[in-house]
Design a protein around this ligand. Sequence first.
Ligand SMILES: [Zn+2]
Length: 299
Amino acid sequence: MQLFYLFVILVLTCTAMGQHIIRKQAFSHCKKGWENCEKCQSVYEYKYALVLIGSSNSPEPSRPITKTNTKWVSYEVEKWFSSFEEAQEYSQKNNVPIEIADEDKYPVLQKLSHKLPPKWILQVNHAQNILLIYRPKVIYTYQENRINAQSIEEIVQKYGKKTYPHIEYTIKKPLTAAEREQINMKNEAISKQIQALPKKYNIEHLTPEYLHGEKENTFPNYPNATNAEKKRIQKYQKELKKLEDEYIPTPVYSTPDFDLWNESITGTNSALERVYPEEISEETLLVLKTIREFFTSNK
Ligand SMILES: [Zn+2]
C-alpha cells in the first residue's frame, strides 16, 4: 500500500517537472499563425527547438499545448537551434532525446533544403509519403488566364482560391534497375508505334510540324484537308490517344533511397491558372528549377 502511494507521488512529481525533448517546431510571431497574420508570414520558420513538455499540470488556454500518448499537455519552447547539426550536438551533450524530423532522415533532402530560396520550407510527412516544399505565404489562384491586365489583382484576390505556394511529390521506394529497364523498353516501343502512326494513316503530308520534329504527337487541325483525309485524321487521333494511355508512368525524380512521383504545383501562372501576387509565380518557378537541377545533377 505504501509502495503504491510512493509510486503515485513519483509519477506526479515527474509530470509536474515536465520532460525535455528536441523536435521541430513552428516558429511564429503569434497564435494566429501565418495563414492569418502578416507578421507571422514574415518570421515563420520550421526548426529544431528544445521543448519542455508538460511544463504545467493544468494546461491553460494561454499556453501552447501538444498531444502526448493519450492526453494534451502544455509545452514551452526553451531554446531555438539554428541548424539540425546544432540540435544534434545539444542532444548528445545534454542527453536530451531528439525527435528527428522525417525530412532530416534523408541527407539528400537536407542538402536540397539548403538550396531553396529563403522562406521556403521542405517537409516530409512519412505517414502519408508526401514531400512538401512550400512557402508559408498567402496567395490566391484563379482558374482562368484570360483576364485583362488592369483587373487581374482585383479579380484574382476577390474570386480566387486562398492557398500558398507549394510543390508536392509522393515518395515511394525506388524502382529496381530491372523494373526501370522493363518500363523504359515498353515505353520506347509505344513511342515507336506513335512515330509510325502518320505513315500508317497516310497523313504524313498533313503533318509538317511533326516531320520537323518540333511538335511530336500533336496533329494540327487542317481545315484544308479533304473529307477522306479528315476521316483518317480522326482514326489517327483515336489510336494516338489509345497509345498514349498505354504509357507506363515513371517517377519524376529518382534517388538511391526513394523515388518522387506525381509532381503537383501550386503558385505559378499557367495557361489555365493565374496567381496573385504575380511575383510569386517567378519565385515558384525558380524553386522548381532548383529542384530539377538538384536531382538531375545528383544522379
Ligand atoms: Zn502573428
